[in-house]
Every structure is written in structure tokens, then in C-alpha cells.
Design a binder for this molecule. Structure first.
Ligand code: SF4
Length: 562
């Protein structure tokens, strides 16, 4: 939205606006968010013009609602489903921003509305209201609740340089909704404006050090004799370096904290590689059994590698003992190989033996950036619906200072089959602002998990045939009962919706898959690509290749004796 039509300025003449509203003959639509959720002027034509004008003068929000109706053609079209699509980016959007200034700043991970015009601001306000309804459990009307939500979860923000007269009234409405309005520092030069705006919004700044790979690269590891492992077998906090930098590299990281299980170290290995790449001047890449390290600072010596890796790991993990051994001596690496192989074998066995019963439940609320009360409860047999791994979330919950993941004290088991625990219910109430007080880890019809915007698949109950369907996000077609992945997502996202749950592809293969609902045996339909990806031979699960309608599905089910 960029142009400011002259008619809009005329509309702020409230007598004229009242007369035009008296003549409005449009139909209610889902795009009239200000009318639907803040103040409804759609039937004011039943009042006389004087009364309409009196009402407009009494409430700034009513003026904005009237403008929404009268300038519908000039506003961007955005149905509820289009709005939900804005959140399905796996990067997880963090903010909704109205940049009400003349800058073409591009902000990462935001939905940005540009332009200091009334129409731009109206479009922004409509999205902010939709967000509050969709993700903030706000049901419309109650303005105080809306203001509280926006103050407690500042998702929408206005950035401006000054307050031109044209948008003064709209800004008042926006501020009454609790949406923050921030002013840029006029003295900041244009060249620094983007960084200044990002700072105002508290957007994360990447701190990854510049890797100076311009000069000659130094490289170690990646050979057949190299080894890399993280073990949970104790040691002395610090680092130890043996030999001079050479082609073979043994990097052995021992963690001494008793809380770290051998199974967890498998994921810590991945995290270590990420930390080396993001937080140090080294570049790390897994090659076979070992790691290849590269750097461009010729001044770095063998000793420095141990120091750099140890200090990066200490800054990221809340671990008392991290012992980093860097070994360049090929004979020494070779002598350690058998014990490292047997450690890995035992670790793989432990990973296979892990179940819901012997591994902690983890709550992830990374999606709270856009859904204040959204969270997932995950376990080894109920992996995260977005495709992240249980081990990643468990490691982040147990070993780092981040607050997005938490270990859940499960408490007394209420329902083993569906996976309901007293401790999990309490945490659910806490994380969801009491909108979810009962949660079934493996349930669907009753008290399923909250649906976030980024599930890999959706499982839903097909009421007409009393079966479960599973559809993946990459399936663009319709299900037999006429739904699409996106229509199911739009119906449930941001809330606990009985009969609909976001799930990971991997979960379909879990032995606990919807164990409270009849498991895989109750699945009657799945899109063909998903079924092929999962290598599911189950003949009772039909796909769009066998049936495209409910009647067809019923017929095939009857023929198959179901
Ligand atoms: S596990 Fe759930 S809350 Fe966490 S990032 Fe994935 S979808 Fe979001």
C-alpha cells in the first residue's frame, strides 16, 4: 500500500463519513477485521445520520471501522487463510511491523507493512487484530483484554519518524489497543537506520564472527584416521592438546555432569559442530568418523584450537565439566579408536531402548514468538510436529540457558494410553494462559496438542467414517472429505482443537502413534507421497490414487470389510 487517495482525507470529515456510512450497502466479510473484532459499524445505516455522526465522534475506533468499510476496494485483500500462511515459514516469524516512514528497510523474520499512509496503517491494524484473535485467544470486543495481550506479548509494533495529521487518529486507536509505537532517533544517519530499527525492535543480531577465509586456509582432520566424539564419561574441565597441527585430528569432548546421559551426547555432537561454526573463527564439518576443521588465521596454533573450542562450549552449555582433547598424534588417535567405537555402540543401544517411560518429557515454546500460548509437548515417541528432533529439544532444555525448551515433571499418570500426566496438565495450563488444562500426548479427539503454524503433517478425525486421516504440508490436493492441509491448519492453528493435531512424519511410524485413538489401524486415508516416503505398506490406508470423495472412501471401506 503506498498511495493516499484524496477520498480518504475527505472521509475524515465526520459528517461526510456519517452520510457515506448511512449509504453503505456492502455485505459482511471475513476481511472486515476492525468491524468484526473491534467495533461493528456494518449495520449503522439503520441509525439516522446525526446519530451515526455522534457515534463516530465518540469513538476513534468507529471512524477506523467506517473507513475499513468505505475503502474496502483500496485495501489489500487478505482472507483468514492467507493470513495464516504468513506464519507457516519454518523460520518462525517474530514480529508484525508497520514502518510508517519513508524507508525501504527490510527486516528479517517480520511481516512488514510499509508506508506512512492511513491505508497502510489500517492494513497493519487489521493484521494485528487477526493475530490477537488467531494466536492470542482474544475473542474480539473486549478492548482491555486486547491491550493487555499486546502489552504482555508485544508482537505488533509501529515504527515512525513523526506523527503526520493524516494518521494521528489511527495511531490513537493503535495505542489504545496496547500496540507499541516507537519513534526512530532523528539524528541517526540514513546509512545506520536499518540497524537502528532492528535494535528498536529487539530483533536478534547475528553475532557470528566474520570468518576471514581470504588468505591461505589451514586445515586439519577429515582423514580416515580422524575421530570425533562427545562422551558422557567425566574428565577434568579444560582442554588438552597433544602434538602439532597435522592432517589427522582426534577431537574428544568428555562431559562430566551426571545429568548428561550417553544418549544425549549423540545430539550434543551436532550442537558442538554448530557452536564451532557460529561462535568461533573455525569452520567445522563432519567427515566420516571425524571432523574437518579449517581456519584462515595463520597465527593460530594447536593449543589455540583447544582453548577456542572449550571456551565456546562453556559459553553455550550450563555444564560444569567439559573436557576438550585435541589430538594430532596418529598413533594416539588409533589407540583410542576401539574404545570410542564401543562407546558409540552402547550409545546406539541406549537410544534404541529409550521410550516415553524412561526419557523426560520436554515442552517446547519456540513458537511463542508468534503464538503467545502455543507450545508442544514432546517425547522420544511423540517427536516435535515441526520436524525438529526430540534430542535437539531435550539437549536445549537440559543443558543450555535458553528458555524456549523446558523439562516437564510429568507427575502422576492419569491415562497411559493417551499419554496424560498431572504435571504435564499443570504446565500446559501455565504455558497456555489456562486455555489448555488437559493434554493428551497421544490423543486426537479429546484434548490433543495445541496446533502450531509449522507442522509437517496434520492428523484429523474424519467424523463421517469415524477414521483418522493424515495429510502432509506438501500435499496441495483435497482429502476425501473435501479438506486441504491448509484448511485444516487454518481451522486449528494457535489453539487446542479437538479432532485436529499437528504431527511429525516420523510420529506416524512411532509405536505410540495416536495410541489413545486406535493407532495406525484407525488411519483410513493418507496422501500418497507421504505414504511412499514413510514406506508404509499398510493396505488399509487409502490414498488420493484410490479415492477422492467421501462416497468413494465409504465404498472402498465397505468392500474391504471395514
Ligand atoms: S516443537 Fe512445537 S513449539 Fe517447538 S518449534 Fe516445533 S512447532 Fe514450535
Amino acid at each position: 500500500v503506498s498511495a493516499q487517495p484524496a477520498s480518504l482525507f475527505e472521509s475524515l470529515d465526520l459528517s461526510l463519513l456519517a452520510a457515506r456510512l448511512k449509504d453503505w450497502r456492502g455485505a459482511p466479510s471475513s476481511e472486515q477485521a476492525v468491524n468484526e473484532l473491534l467495533v461493528d459499524t456494518r449495520d449503522w445505516r439503520h441509525f439516522d445520520v446525526t446519530e451515526i455522526e455522534r457515534r463516530l465522534r465518540a469513538d476513534d475506533a468507529a471512524v477506523i471501522a467506517a473507513l475499513e468499510l468505505l475503502h474496502a476496494e483500496e485495501l489489500p485483500k487478505q482472507a483468514d487463510s492467507d493470513f495464516v500462511r504468513l506464519f507457516t515459514d519454518p523460520l518462525i516469524l517474530k514480529r508484525l511491523v508497520w514502518l510508517a516512514l519513508d524507508a525501504d528497510t527490510t527486516l528479517p523474520q517480520t511481516i512488514t507493512v510499509h508506508g506512512a499512509t492511513l491505508l497502510s496503517g489500517l492494513h497493519f491494524l487489521r493484521m494485528a487484530l487477526r493475530w490477537a484473535q488467531r494466536f492470542g485467544q482474544w475473542t474480539g470486543g473486549r478492548r482491555r483484554a486486547l491491550a493487555t495481550l499486546n502489552v504482555q506479548h508485544p508482537f505488533a509494533t509501529v515504527i515512525l519518524r513523526e506523527r503526520p495529521q493524516e494518521i494521528a487518529l489511527l495511531l490513537r486507536v493503535i495505542e489504545h489497543c496496547g500496540i507499541q509505537v516507537l519513534t526512530v532517533d532523528q539524528t541517526v544517519p540514513r546509512v545506520d537506520l536499518d540497524a537502528h530499527i532492528a535494535e528498536l525492535l529487539g530483533l536478534p543480531v547475528e553475532h557470528a564472527p566474520e570468518k576471514q577465509f581470504l588468505g591461505e586456509l589451514v586445515e586439519t582432520g577429515g582423514t580416515r584416521n580422524s575421530l570425533f566424539v562427545v562422551r558422557a564419561i567425566g574428565g577434568v574441565d579444560g582442554y588438552d592438546v597433544r602434538g602439532l597441527v597435522g592432517p589427522d585430528l582426534g577431537l574428544i569432548i568428555d562431559i562430566g555432569d551426571r545429568e548428561v546421559s550417553a544418549a544425549a551426547t549423540a545430539h550434543i555432537e551436532e550442537l558442538v559442530i554448530r557452536i564451532i561454526n557460529e561462535d568461533t573463527e573455525l569452520s567445522a564439518e563432519r567427515e566420516g568418523d571425524g571432523l574437518k576443521l579449517r581456519w584462515a588465521n595463520a597465527q593460530l596454533e594447536a593449543e589455540d584450537l583447544g582453548r577456542i573450542i572449550h571456551s565456546a562450549l562453556k559459553s553455550q552449555f550450563v555444564l560444569g565439566t567439559i573436557s576438550v582433547s585435541v589430538i594430532f598424534d596418529p598413533l594416539r588417535i588409533g589407540s583410542l579408536r576401539p574404545s570410542i567405537y564401543s562407546y558409540r555402540e552402547e550409545r546406539d543401544n541406549q537410544l534404541r531402548r529409550r521410550s516415553d517411560e524412561n526419557a523426560p518429557l520436554i515442552a517446547c515454546r519456540a513458537c511463542r514468538r508468534y503464538a503467545p500460548f502455543g507450545f508442544c509437548l514432546v517425547s522420544p515417541e511423540r517427536p516435535p510436529c515441526c520436524g525438529r528432533s526430540y534430542d535437539e529439544l531435550a539437549t536445549l532444555a537440559q543443558l543450555t540457558t535458553g528458555l524456549d525448551q523446558l523439562v516437564v515433571e510429568r507427575g502422576v499418570t492419569q491415562d497411559r494410553s493417551r499419554g496424560r500426566f498431572v504435571g504435564a496438565d499443570k504446565l500446559a495450563a501455565l504455558l497456555s494462559g489456562s486455555t489448555v488444562t488437559r493434554l493428551h500426548l497421544h490423543g486426537l479427539s479429546e484434548s490433543p496438542q495445541v496446533v502450531t503454524a509449522i507442522p509437517q503433517c496434520i492428523a484429523w478425525v474424519m467424523d463421517e467414517v469415524d477414521l483418522v486421516g493424515v495429510v502432509s504440508a506438501d500435499y496441495a490436493g483435497r482429502t476425501p472429505d473435501g479438506k486441504t492441509f491448509h484448511s485444516l491448519l487454518t481451522r486449528a492453528v494457535g489453539r487446542q482443537q479437538p479432532g485436529i493435531a499437528g504431527i511429525a512424519e516420523e510420529y506416524v511410524l512411532s509405536s505410540r502413534f495416536l495410541s489413545g485413538e486406535g493407532g495406525l489401524a484407525r488411519v483410513g486415508w493418507m496422501n500418497s507421497e507421504l505414504k511412499a516416503r514413510l514406506k508404509l505398506r499398510a493396505e488399509h490406508i487409502l490414498t488420493e490414487n484410490e479415492c477422492t470423495s467421501l462416497a468413494g472412501l465409504k465404498e472402498l471401506l465397505a468392500a474391504g470389510g471395514r
